[in-house]
Design a protein. Sequence first.
Length: 416
Amino acid sequence: MLTTRPRGTADILPGQVENWHYIENVAARVCREYGYREIRTPIFEHTELFVRGVGENTDIVEKEMYTFQDRGERSITLRPEGTASVVRAYLENKLYAGPQPVKAYYIGPMFRYDRPQAGRYRQFHQFGIEVFGAQQPAVDAEVMALAMDFYGRLGLNDLELHINSLGCPECRNVVREKLQQFFQPVLGELCANCQNRYARNPLRILDCKSNRCTELAREAPTTTDCLCLECRAHFDQVQQYMQDLGIPYVLDKRLVRGLDYYTHTAFEIMAPDIGAQSSVGGGGRYNGLIEACGGPPTPGIGFALGLERILLALESRGKLPDIQAGPVVFLVAVGDRAVRESFSLLARLRAAGIAADMDYQGRSLKAQMKYAGKLGVRYTVIIGEDELQKGSVVLRDMTAGSQRDIPADQIISALK
Ligand code: AMP
């Protein structure tokens, strides 16, 4: 146990962490360009927040939360998603009293007690955005455009954007009733899970992955068929904006999302080639959520994208950049005096902004050169007795395999 990490978690090692920085930097840049500012909320919250904010009848709340009692006997939950916390922060810090809309983004770990497999973990990372206080269809389009722009900048241009509208609570009541009528005669044939969903949340039957339920649901009424005039107009305009932006999408009437609080636009982004867990992100509008969490009636919309799956997609397409994150220069010193000289040169190189390192093991010249090669440095600077006598150093270009003598006091400018 001492040397084994918990199931469904990962170590992100040096050499891999550079890929994470790369993705996080692209996310931060896109957000900045779209006017979204970063927010950081706690990793854990009061359990009630998620019960209310994610919804009691969701898989997350029913079976996936990491919940525990703290020493003060409060029920605490490791956040399974980001939206509820951002809503809480918006209310607690009275951000609704400032300029609207509030446009925020976050990047960080989420925790769900899920069955681990490729692309599905118990600790995973999401990049998400939220817009509070704007209900125009253009905002729905902006949110989806931002997601697709982000993927595009990473070189993921072949992902599929699926969109649907779930309508307002009134449309939901209509479709709920129609679905119950539709499934009533075959209720006994649905899986146990869906028999449960039938009464509480029949929409989720459309989302069931079991073969029999999928087959039974083939001709079922969909939310899109039940939209009221206002919701239909909203959805038409969202699609018009997407067409104006030239962003391709698939109208997917079967798309319902796991969370209870979605209204109007719902979307999901798929990378069909990364395995069974093909959803690389999803989101939608949740106009009732902020009020449900005790705030003033406020429209909201957002998305969450899974960073591990984005990495899988980048890897499978060979789109990860080759990032050189180690030192650029390695000082090879032979002899006590040379080691001392090198140590102070090392400090000067670093002060000049050049990533540099040296040997601390007292290795031979050959062993130091071999180590420098393994580090993948661009240059080595070799200092021995001879060089000390001459007041020079040997600068070796590791890629070209060439080297030259240069005066010791010119090494920094030469490297720059
Ligand atoms: P959700 O919050 O469930 O809508 O998920 C949004 C995105 O987060 C998904 O499209 C996935 O890319 C990612 N995601 C959700 N759950 C997991 C998980 N257990 N492991 C890895 N990624 C996940």
